[in-house]
Design a protein around this ligand. Structure first.
Ligand code: ZN
Length: 523
């Protein structure tokens, strides 16, 4: 009976992945995610929900192999017509590592420079809906993705991020390949931690080494700073470097050309020289220690104050090429403001003009895609990039999925949301420090001043979005004086109990993100 499961439900695999009830001899029943059903070596594997807890079920004819290997408990009292054994295994990191050995498609792959979309999932519950949202898109998903900063803020271990992604691809039966992004790494220790947890893409963030003031320093002081640079870290000398760029003419597509003067060259060197040396150091560490493992690198300089000019973009990539640092993706600091959780702020015409220049440079090198960080909710920018359709794109999002989860709370557990709102207002001024946001806290009132329906409208108000967005870490980890979580348990319970609504919100939200890029592929 149970073995027929594969044939009965197996044909009903859909994008919706609507659950099917499976009864074990009338005594015990669970809801199966049909897309998760896999059969291998006479053993059946699938994910099912027992009330609101999910498990991997393993069904086989004899107690050996994976039946013994996976951790869990045996379910008794089965169909008397067919002798089979059933094991129910919790969705832990330990079991997900075993699953990765059994099913190749649950391991992250390298995505190279093809279009990709990064879905950070800070709760570990949104990834299945992220996968659903990709239907019809040519973007490859980066499903396991979290920065060191966000790992710290949520008290999460990288193994949990990877594990959530593994269970999500298995639940959805997603076999097209996914990426895993160890985001915003600043040190060698960060790299070691993430690679030992199975991550394959490494986003180097040399932002602390970028000299933002280089644009305003006098030539004299720039020359002085250049003399004092540690040129050996760059396998270079001041004079050699000047000789490579000063007064050289560079011509690109779309009529872009530049002939950097000594001053422009100096400013670029001072602004990014130390950052390039830092990237080189991190990259050498990877080559030396992990050469036998598959990895790819993104360089992100997006979290700096000053904008990356087209010449600086060209300079950085030329220098990284000279140092044989290979990357698949570059996140420049684009013009305008890319704040968390809201649309682009700035002159869209100017953005387009500048973006076209960055495109021309990326095309010239032909080895990496352009990456858009803080990519959540930048709908007006997607429209431009989608229409241009000029090059490969990576979009990185994270916190916006948390806001969608919070919207579920505001719909289904209003009293909890009211408490979170007041808590977030109180924490905002402190929590906003390490984020690029501009919300006016005075625009977000105390919960008591909103009706229930007004609470939901907060999700389309920029100030409220940012206040709720940057305080996620505190909301998810704060404990009261008895050591109990203030919100966490109730929060997660509400999301699990309303999985369909949560998936619906996430799905619709990311369709809005992805559809502007599908304009061209459909024509
Ligand atoms: Zn970033």
């Amino acid at each position: 009976m149970v073995y027929k499961l594969n044939k009965i439900i197996g044909s009903e695999k859909t994008v919706k992945n609507e659950m099917v009830t499976l009864e074990f001899n009338g005594e015990y029943s669970v809801k199966v995610y049909p897309n998760s059903i896999n059969e291998k070596s006479e053993t059946l594997y699938f994910i099912a929900r027992d009330n609101f807890s999910k498990y991997l079920f393993i069904i086989c004819r004899s107690k050996e192999g994976d039946f013994l290997d996976f951790l869990g408990d045996e379910i008794k009292n089965l169909d008397s017509h067919e002798e089979v054994f059933v094991k129910r295994c919790p969705l832990t990191s330990e079991n997900s590592r075993k699953l990765q050995k059994r099913f190749e498609f649950t391991n992250p792959i390298l995505l190279g420079k093809q279009n990709s979309f990064g879905f950070g999932d800070r709760l570990g519950l949104a990834n299945p809906a992220h996968i659903k949202s990709l239907a019809g898109s040519d973007f490859k998903p980066i499903i396991a993705q979290q920065s060191i900063r966000e790992l710290t803020r949520t008290n999460r271990h990288p193994s949990e991020v990877m594990s959530a992604a593994v269970w999500a691809v298995f639940q959805e039966g997603y076999k097209e390949g996914f990426g895993s992004d160890a985001d915003h790494l600043k040190t060698i220790e960060d790299i070691d931690l993430m690679i030992s947890n199975g991550f394959t893409m490494f986003t180097f963030d040399p932002g602390d080494h970028v000299v933002n003031e280089a644009g305003s320093e006098s030539i004299e002081s720039l020359s002085q700073m250049a003399e004092e640079m540690k040129w050996e870290d760059l396998n270079d000398s001041f004079l050699n470097m000047l000789g490579r760029y000063q007064d050289k003419k560079y011509v690109f597509d779309n009529g872009l050309e530049f002939t950097p003067s000594k001053e422009e060259t100096l400013r670029a060197v001072i602004k990014y020289g130390r950052a390039i040396a830092h990237i080189h150091k991190l990259y050498k560490h990877m080559i030396k220690n992990y050469d036998s493992r598959p990895f790819e690198v993104e360089i992100s300089i997006d979290e700096t104050d000053s904008v990356t000019s087209p010449f600086e973009h060209f300079f950085i990539v030329s220098e990284l090429n000279r140092l044989e640092v290979k990357m698949v993706s570059l996140a420049p600091r684009f013009i305008g403001a890319f704040e968390k959780g809201i649309d682009y702020i700035g002159d869209l015409k100017l953005f387009k003009q500048e973006y076209i220049k960055h495109l021309a440079i990326a095309k010239h090198f032909n080895s990496y895609k352009l990456s858009l960080h803080s990519g959540s909710d930048k709908f007006s920018v997607y429209k431009i990039i989608g229409k241009l359709n000029g090059w490969y794109t990576h979009v990185k999002t994270a916190g916006t999925s948390y806001l969608e989860a919070l919207k579920v709370i505001a719909t289904k557990n209003i009293s909890l949301f009211r408490k979170i709102l007041d808590f977030s207002r109180a924490e905002y001024m402190k929590e906003k420090e390490s984020y690029h946001v501009s919300a006016d806290i005075n625009m977000v009132k105390a919960e008591s001043e909103y009706s229930d329906s007004e609470l939901l409208e907060l999700f389309s108000q920029n100030d409220a979005r940012q206040v709720l967005h940057v305080t996620f870490g505190k909301v998810l980890t704060e404990k009261d004086n008895t050591g109990e979580y203030l919100f966490r348990n109730e929060f997660l319970k509400c999301i699990k109990e309303n999985e369909e609504l949560h998936y619906k919100f996430i799905y619709e939200h990311f369709r809005k993100h992805l559809s502007p890029f599908e304009v061209n592929s459909k024509n």
